[in-house]
Design a protein around this ligand. Structure first.
Ligand code: ADP
Length: 152
C-alpha cells in the first residue's frame, strides 16, 4: 500500500494520458471542395468535424456539423460554394500535438466550446500537417479507461 489516496492516484494516472494514446484518424477535405462534397464526406466518414487542408496538405480550416447546416439553410449553391468560404480558419484554430496531455485537450474543448481538435505536426514554422483528430468521444474513452483501472 502506497499511502496515496485514491484521488491522488487517479490524478497521477489522468495526467499521464496523452493525445497519442487516444487520437483517431483525421478526415480532411481540400479548401476547394464544395460544401456539398463536405456534407457527403461527413456522412460517409461518420465524423462530426472535418479538417480543411490546402494544396500543400497544410491545415487551413475546420468544418463542424453546424457550419455545414448553416451554409445549407442559405440560398447559396451548395455544389459551387467552396468550403473555404464557410470554414473556421487559421489563425483562429485550436490545435494540439500528439505529446499533449488528454486533460489539457479536455480543458481546451470546454474553454472554446468545441467538439474536436486537429492533432498536428509542425512543418517549417507556420505549416501544420494534420496527423490526427481528438474529440469528446476520445476523452470519454480515456475516462472509462481510468475508471476500469483498480485504484489500490
Ligand atoms: P457544432 O458547430 O456542430 O456544434 P463545434 O461545437 O465543434 O460543432 O463547433 C463550433 C464552432 O467552432 C464551429 O463554427 C466550428 O467551425 C468551430 N470549431 C470547431 N472546432 C474548432 C477548432 N479546433 N478550432 C477552432 N474552431 C473550431
Amino acid at each position: 500500500y502506497t499511502g496515496k489516496s485514491g484521488s491522488r492516484l487517479l490524478t497521477e494516472r489522468l495526467t499521464k494520458l496523452t493525445v497519442q494514446q487516444y487520437q483517431s484518424i483525421p478526415v480532411v477535405v481540400t479548401d476547394s471542395s464544395s460544401v456539398y462534397d463536405a456534407i457527403c464526406t461527413m456522412f460517409l466518414e461518420d465524423v462530426g468535424t472535418l479538417f480543411v487542408v490546402d494544396q500543400q496538405s497544410s491545415l487551413v480550416g475546420v468544418l463542424s456539423r453546424k457550419d455545414l447546416l448553416r451554409a445549407s439553410i442559405g440560398k447559396q449553391m451548395l455544389e459551387t460554394v467552396p468550403v473555404s468560404i464557410i470554414m473556421t480558419r487559421m489563425p483562429n484554430l485550436t490545435i494540439c500535438y500528439k505529446e499533449d496531455l488528454i486533460i489539457d485537450v479536455a480543458k481546451k474543448l470546454i474553454e472554446k466550446q468545441i467538439d474536436a481538435l486537429p492533432v498536428v505536426k509542425n512543418n517549417n514554422g507556420s505549416l501544420f500537417e494534420v496527423v490526427g483528430r481528438i474529440t469528446k468521444t476520445n476523452i470519454t474513452r480515456a475516462i472509462v479507461d481510468l475508471a476500469n483501472d483498480e485504484l489500490v
